[in-house]
Structure formats: C-alpha cells, structure tokens
Design a protein around this ligand. Structure first.
Ligand SMILES: C[S@@+](CC[C@H](N)C(=O)[O-])C[C@H]1O[C@@H](n2cnc3c(N)ncnc32)[C@H](O)[C@@H]1O
Length: 253
C-alpha cells in the first residue's frame, strides 16, 4: 500500500511524502519539481534544484507515520512503538487488542507485525477519530487484518483470549477489568500515559486486578547532528512523550 508513495528529502529539514501517481508539482525549499519529471526519477537516486540535492526514496512505514499521517490526536511514536512490539511479543498470527485507535499510528505497526493470519481489534470511542484512522490506515496497510470498533471499552471488549492488549487512553485504570476479561492467561498488557500521577493510579488498578507488573519505563532518544568531524547531539530534543507500563495477566488457581 505504500508502493505508490515516495519520500523526498534534502538530508536536512525537508522530508515530505508524496503520492507519485497524483502529485502535480512539489514545492521544495529551493524551487519546485514537476510531478511528471519526478516519476522518471528512480527511487534511491537524487536530483538537483537550484544547487540543492534532493533524494528520492521508498516511503517506509516510519516516513508515512511521521511525515504524512493525518494527526488529530497525539500518536504513539516509533521509538515507543518498536519497544512496545518487543515487550508485548507481537509476531505473525497473533491476536492483539488496543484502545484508543486515535489516528491509527500504533495500529499500523501492529497490523504489519501480526500479518495476514493475525488480527488487530482496535477500539475508539469518538466517531471522528474512527474515520480519520480508517482513512490513514487504508493508505498504508499491507494486510486486511484490522477490526475497527466504534465503542468505549468501558462498555466492554468483545473479544476473548487475546494474546496482548495495548492501552493508550487517558484513564486506563477505569478499564483494567475489561482488558483482563479479554486477555488469555499470561496475556501481555502494555499501557502508555504521559504523566506520573497517571502511572501511580494505573499501578494501583493493576494490583487490584491481579496483573503482574513487569516494568515501568520511559524511552529517551537523543539524535545526533550528522557531521563526522564534529559529531555531537542535536541541541534540541523531544524531552518527553510518555511512560510505559507492562504487565501480565495472572490467573489464580
Ligand atoms: C492518544 S489517542 C491514541 C493514539 C493512538 N495510539 C495512535 O498511535 O494514533 C487516545 C485515543 O483514545 C480514545 N479513547 C479514550 N478513552 C477511550 C475508551 N475508553 N475507549 C475507546 N477509546 C478511548 C480517545 O478518543 C483518543 O482518540
């Protein structure tokens, strides 16, 4: 589904994704290039406009999420998404639940990871976000494996025996019992919240609901200025995105 898209970058600030079949003209920091001309440029090569070189690459899922996705909610960023996938042990064929769908960024990563035989059951309580996410995902997904529920999970989760569940909602402590019912024994739960008081409240709810808490963590990523002679971190970084909580459903005998 990403085959019709390309990333154009000057290796500096300019990074944009375009649909190669529908773009008429691309405005660049130093001028513009015609869509028809762009079609003739092989992916992996470059062109020059007014003394600046621009590279044309395949659009990866990372590029689509970061530079092209329509965002009407905060999204789960790739640095967290990658770790979430490892911690929840997401792999082909698994059945994963998540709430809320939001803009569908994490759903896209999950969908690709579980593949054609897996399923992603995604819950979103606000109708406008369901349609935005559907549109976003229709443009990037490789597999027809996403089941959308326009519903608050406070009203229950329809699936049972899920391998894993991920919560990216404001008040996760309100829905831990519902998630517990949907997970299989030893099923994995991941939660993202932006503030420490939300972490505390969530821990209490997990303890009350017989979850084994594996970890509370935060992922900090520092990017570097790419200059071999003067290699150093960028001056400005993303200082905070969210805290992660991971647990497992415990079944009492
Ligand atoms: C931060 S966004 C999720 C972003 C998403 N993970 C992404 O990567 O694009 C949080 C979403 O959760 C939804 N939400 C909050 N509480 C919910 C609930 N109880 N059930 C379903 N959706 C809920 C909100 O409407 C919002 O769209």
């Amino acid at each position: 589904m990403l085959d019709d898209k390309i990333l154009i970058t000057d290796g500096k600030k300019f990074k944009r994704v375009f649909n190669i079949n529908s773009v008429e003209k691309v405005k660049l920091p130093t001028g513009e290039i015609d869509g028809e001309k762009l079609k003739e440029i092989q992916k992996g090569s470059s062109f020059i406009v007014n003394n600046r070189r621009y590279y044309v690459f395949n659009c990866d899922l990372y590029d689509y999420i970061m530079y092209h996705l329509t965002r009407h909610t905060q999204i789960v960023y790739p640095k967290e998404a990658a770790y979430i996938m490892v911690r929840l042990d997401i792999s082909p064929g698994k059945r994963i639940g998540e709430a809320g769908t939001g803009s569908g960024a994490l759903t896209a990563f999950f969908s690709r990871a579980v593949g054609k035989d897996g399923r992603v059951y995604t819950y979103e309580k606000r109708e406008e976000f369901v349609s935005i996410a559907k549109k976003n995902l229709s443009r990037c997904r490789e597999f027809d494996n996403i089941i959308f529920h326009h519903k608050s999970i406070e009203d229950g989760i329809e699936e049972r025996d899920l391998d894993a569940f991920f919560l990216d909602v404001r008040e996760p402590w309100l829905v831990i019992t519902q998630v517990r019912e949907a997970l299989k024994p030893s099923g994995s739960l991941g939660i993202l919240v932006p503030t420490t008081n939300q972490v505390s409240q969530t821990i209490e709810s997990l303890e009350d609901n017989n979850f084994f808490i594996l970890e509370v963590s935060e992922i900090i990523m520092r990017e570097f200025k790419i200059n071999a002679q003067r290699l150093r971190p960028k001056d400005i970084m993303v200082g905070h995105t969210g805290y992660l909580i991971f647990g497992k459903k415990v079944v009492d005998i």
